[in-house]
Design a protein. Sequence first.
Length: 95
Amino acid sequence: METKTTFKIRPKVYAKTKNEAYLIKERLYVVIEYAKDSFVKINQGCLVNVGKILRFESTISGAIKVVLKNDFSDYISRRELKNVKRRMGLWKNTC
């Protein structure tokens, strides 16, 4: 089973594959620790598999949406944007 997305529907945590969604008994912050090598947190309730990211889309309002290969999409929070850019190799440290 290759997980593409982990998301939270309060207060439950689910792992979504191409065809299924599985309920996980752990809290999201625990899942983050297990999956930090291949997943990145994009907002307060969603982790995505870095290898399954298809593209990023920018909206007129300045929000950035991540689209996965399975057509799942969600918005990247401003708080997590720097982390996502770092993981994708898009962050330039100018200091």
